[in-house]
Design a protein around this ligand. Structure first.
Ligand SMILES: Nc1ncnc2c1ncn2[C@@H]1O[C@H](COP(=O)(O)OP(=O)(O)O)[C@@H](O)[C@H]1O
Ligand SMILES: [Mg+2]
Length: 145
């Protein structure tokens, strides 16, 4: 029923649970899985301070890129023997927008993601990223609690 499953990861425990669920489902349907990490773009006003922040700004960018890559490498290594077709991708930008864009442009037929992520606000059933993706994605979305 599903051939291509998109799994957005932010490094949180919930996203990991969603990833496990996605892999099980993919196995039962012989579907491809792509893990996507979106690095939230730094706000444009940071450029205003580029003289003072130049080096630090670049360091932060490099650090975010490296931690994103290691997150994706880890999940790919963990499942390298699964026999599944697993792909990974990193994008800079607005997480919910990039997840929806990738789902559409990559012709995914299901998104599986966590209900919450790294955000600290307690008491909400869903975080802002999962909330927006549910409302705007062009394909079905499975939220794992
Ligand atoms: N930057 C991101 N890149 C990829 N996936 C993300 C990102 N942020 C959140 N997600 C996905 O959205 C889910 C819900 O996270 P989110 O809505 O940000 O909740 P919270 O407000 O608790 O952080 C996560 O489990 C993950 O699957
Ligand atoms: Mg979050």
């Amino acid at each position: 029923m599903y051939n291509k499953i998109l799994v957005p990861l932010d490094g949180s425990a919930r996203a990991k649970v969603a990833a496990e669920h996605a892999l099980e489902l993919a196995e039962s349907m012989n579907a491809e899985v792509m893990f996507l990490h979106v690095i939230p773009a730094l706000p444009p006003y940071v450029n205003k301070y580029s003289d003072r922040l130049g080096g630090t700004y670049q360091q932060i960018r490099d650090e975010l890129q490296l931690s994103g890559e290691s997150l994706l490498n880890k999940v790919r290594e963990d499942h390298s023997n699964s026999g599944l077709t697993i792909d990974t991708k990193i994008i800079w930008g607005n997480p919910s927008m990039e997840i929806c864009r990738e789902a559409k442009e990559g012709r995914f037929d299901l998104v599986i993601m966590g209900s919450r992520g790294l955000g600290e606000i307690k008491g909400y059933l869903m975080g802002s990223v999962s909330n927006r993706v549910v409302r705007h994605a062009s394909c079905p979305v499975l939220i794992v609690r």
